[in-house]
Design a protein around this ligand. Structure first.
Ligand code: PLP
Length: 411
């Protein structure tokens, strides 16, 4: 694949920047709901982010979008991959990743995940396992592992767009700050201590940077206390503007603030963005199937639901929406909901959208991250197809499921 130098790509892609005509044509060809992922934009996002951190190592956090098309597009531009479960490790390898370059972040790891990682490390000693509990060290030692370990620190400060993703002060994640030096000593005795790690939250935009950097400062301090490390990994969590009028993350400022916060360390700085790389490269196309006028709202029923995109129901997240069939119609405040039988199945309330009519195609933006990955088959709905755009072409990278896919595992 040709790899253009896209470090100068725009810092944000809004829903209105997509080609309405192309989106209508994709919906007509492939039916809806439909996930669309633009691999050129995925690569551009990675390259722009990397260019802002010239001497750091930027990995991609696979869980944001673990599709083969995305993983291989990122491997093509030199990204390494951070995984948080055994299936992500396996799928990264299937996409062409050298297992020696993978980093596995173990959060309450099930036995199967540890078995898999230890097995993998036998032939790939470059694999790094990040631990967030000494108990995980015991379980790795029991399995005969003595390889590369990074320690995940709980910095005691959480940041980001929602308390459910502010991991930096959640006891579930990482070694309590003051215990880190002792744990480091133990890791040095029994394993190969290569790094410190922290991931304090998600959805961090320019205004949240100060808080986020406080957490990073503590990681830098600990790196100096522990000393002799190959890398210091400050995680992901870099945000994208979901609202149309929100400015994008200022990468130059982010880079400068992160550098200042980490301070002087004799180790490589690593980052592992997920959302930032894929969010604005993806959207969902959905068809209007019902319009209902009520005394309190105009309710627009669509064929996508919380089974297609759960973020609004789970986090109350705002996703931009656009009528790509008739973008120039007069905007009217509407409520948009799917066919799932819960009041949480709502994409927008009282949202001005170019007046939708039955059979119009609506686009739901910023759905490239935590979209398909969190999709379900709730209501016996086969999961939708995904189309990838690349070099002016489009191809189906995940076929639409059938009811057989839903029932296959029953016996
Ligand atoms: C989820 C996660 C990431 C990526 O987070 P984003 O908000 O998508 O950038 C990075 N590192 C770890 C350990 C994670 O769990």
């Amino acid at each position: 694949m040709a790899v253009p130098d896209l470090a100068d790509s725009p810092p944000v892609r809004r829903l209105a920047d997509w080609d309405d005509q192309q989106l209508r044509s994709l919906a007509a060809t492939h039916d809806t709901p439909l996930y669309v992922i633009d691999l050129d934009r995925v690569q551009a996002n990675y390259q722009r982010f990397s260019a802002a951190f010239p001497d750091a190592h930027v990995m991609y956090a696979a869980k944001a979008h673990t599709g083969q098309s995305v993983l291989s597009a990122l491997l093509d531009v030199g990204a390494d991959i951070e995984c948080a479960a055994w299936g992500e490790l396996e799928r990264s390898i299937q996409a062409g990743a050298d297992p020696n370059t993978l980093q596995y972040t173990a959060v309450n790891p099930p036995a199967h995940d540890l078995d898999y990682a230890v097995d993998l490390a036998e032939d790939a000693p470059g694999l790094t396992i990040t631990i967030g509990a000494t108990d995980t060290l015991d379980r790795l030692a029991e399995r005969g592992y003595d390889g590369r370990i990074a320690i995940r620190i709980n910095p005691g400060i959480g940041t980001g767009h929602h308390e459910k993703v502010a991991t930096g002060n959640d006891a579930k994640f990482g070694i309590p700050y003051e215990q880190v030096p002792d744990v480091a000593e133990r890791v040095r005795a029994e394993f190969d201590l290569v790094g410190l790690h922290s991931h304090a939250g998600s959805g961090v935009l320019t205004d949240d940077l100060e808080d986020h950097c406080e957490a990073i400062e503590r990681v830098g301090e600990m790196a100096r206390r522990v000393g002799d490390l190959e890398f210091v990994d400050i995680g992901g969590g870099f945000g994208v503007p979901y609202h149309e009028d929100e400015p994008p993350l200022d990468l130059a400022k982010t880079s400068e603030m992160v550098r200042d916060a980490v301070g002087d360390i004799d180790a490589q700085l690593k980052l592992e963005p997920g959302r930032y790389i894929v969010a604005d490269a993806g959207l969902i196309l959905t068809t209007v199937n019902t319009i209902k006028e009520t005394p309190t709202a105009t309710v627009v029923g669509v064929d996508a639901s919380l089974a297609t995109l759960i973020r609004p129901a789970m986090f109350g997240s705002y996703h931009p929406m656009r009528n790509v069939t008739a973008p120039d119609r007069e905007p009217e405040p509407v409520t948009v909901g799917g066919p799932v039988c819960t009041s949480a199945d709502v994409f927008a309330t009282d949202r001005p959208i170019a007046r939708p009519e039955r059979n119009d195609i609506l686009a739901i933006g910023n759905a490239g991250s935590y979209g398909y990955e969190l999709a379900s088959q709730f209501h016996s709905q086969p999961r939708p197809a995904e189309v990838a755009l690349e070099d002016g072409d489009d191809r189906v990278v995940r076929r639409r499921e059938t009811l057989d896919d839903v029932t296959r595992v029953e016996q």
